[in-house]
Design a protein around this ligand. Structure first.
Ligand SMILES: [Zn+2]
Ligand SMILES: [Zn+2]
Length: 376
């Protein structure tokens, strides 16, 4: 079928919107009529080839919410008309030893390319070029896209598509990681370095778990203001103070019980390591390119006092267990997803939407199958 798709003719951010041919869904694939796709920083990194280099045209968009429009012959989870979100996390088979142990990420029965980036898409340009999916198996900045059924989670009728989209990556990467990996306990002290969408979601997670104090660290004042709105009790800007010293001052000299890396860049992980108490735990989510991420500045003896380092991708969530819980939390006002959403765009405004994401917006929404709300 014909569909509009946002693509870059080659690696970079020169996005154009054009009509392309989309193949029909086969086997376990599902065609989604995309209603909203929110912008994640990973979309920008992926299009630029920072996650993985690629040749030829590329497309992105992995925080997708929409309506099932067609299904392959082997699909059992959804039917046309179902409301779904689509994410890079796969639902496991549910019956293999890893799934039974709660490790759906390591399911033995996932498709071989379940964790691969840079895959040929089902979109073909009129000049014959096959578009590359730069964010795994699908690209949601399009009117229609194809996804594997394991990437889908049904969303309830009262959950707006924009919320479904926003739950599909950045939020879970912060909030999910705090609950599933950090496992923050009530009254533990918590600090997050990097207060973008993921870091603010981690703050929401820490607040939900009962952490106190909750400390936000960022170099941008608007992000520190946002951190306070989401529940940070203290905020520090490394450009203006010695963050490690300030964190120790508000934690009786110990450092925090739990720290969280939600940004990439030189020295950030070391700062996080240093502001964590000896018996504390550091959870790493923010990262750059693999070749730049070695722990050269940490001495192994620093671990003798019990410090732990861990991390996860996509919040380590179990897709069809955690998303329904997040929908309930949203409904009850326990998490404020709307406050994460900054500006709203149509698909034709995708270039503007991506550029705006680079200037301090928390999370921008691209409305595709529904009209974008009027700009304030
Ligand atoms: Zn499994
Ligand atoms: Zn993402």
């Amino acid at each position: 079928m014909r569909t509009k798709l946002a693509l870059v003719p080659q690696m970079g951010l020169d996005v154009i919107v054009e009509e392309v041919e989309l193949a029909d869904p086969t086997e376990y694939d599902v065609r989604i009529k995309v209603m909203t796709c929110t912008i994640c920083n990973s979309d920008i990194l992926a299009l630029k080839g920072i996650h993985n280099e690629y040749k030829g045209p590329g497309a992105a968009g992995h925080e997708i919410a929409g309506i099932v429009d067609g299904i392959g012959a082997k699909v059992t989870y959804v039917k046309p008309g179902d409301r779904v979100l689509c994410t890079e996390v796969r639902a496991g088979c549910g019956v293999c030893p890893q799934c039974l142990a709660g490790n759906q990420w390591f399911c033995e029965n996932q498709p071989e390319d379940a964790h691969a980036f840079v895959l040929p898409s089902q979109f073909t340009r009129d000049n014959g070029e096959v578009v590359i999916n730069t964010c795994q198996y699908t690209s949601g900045f399009a009117e229609y896209c194809i996804a594997h059924e394991s990437m889908l989670c049904k969303i309830d009728d009262d959950i707006p598509f924009r919320i479904g989209s926003a739950l599909a990556c950045g939020f879970m990467s912060g909030f999910g990681a705090v609950l599933n990996r950090s496992k923050v306990s009530p009254a533990q002290s918590f600090a997050v370095v990097g207060c973008g969408g993921v870091g603010l979601s981690a703050i929401m997670g820490a607040r939900y778990c009962g952490a106190v104090p909750i400390i936000g660290v960022d170099t941008q004042e608007n992000k520190l203001e946002a951190a306070k709105r989401f529940g940070a009790t203290h905020v520090f800007n490394p450009k203006e103070c010695d963050v490690v010293r300030e964190v120790k001052k508000v934690t009786r000299g110990y450092g925090v019980d739990q720290s969280f890396v939600a940004a990439a860049g030189p020295g950030i992980k070391k700062t996080c390591f240093d502001l964590t108490a000896d018996y504390g735990q550091i959870t790493i989510v923010g990262h750059g390119n693999r070749r730049d991420e070695f722990m050269a500045e940490i001495n192994w003896m620093d671990f003798l006092f019990g410090k732990r380092v861990t991390g996860c991708v996509m919040g380590g969530i179990t897709l069809r267990r955690d998303i329904p819980a997040y929908m309930d939390m949203y409904r009850k006002g326990l998490i404020d997803i709307d406050a994460l959403l900054t500006n709203h765009f149509s698909l034709d405004q995708i270039k503007e939407a991506l550029e705006d994401s680079l200037t301090g917006s928390l999370k921008n929404v691209v409305h595709i199958g529904e009209p974008a709300p009027a700009r304030a």
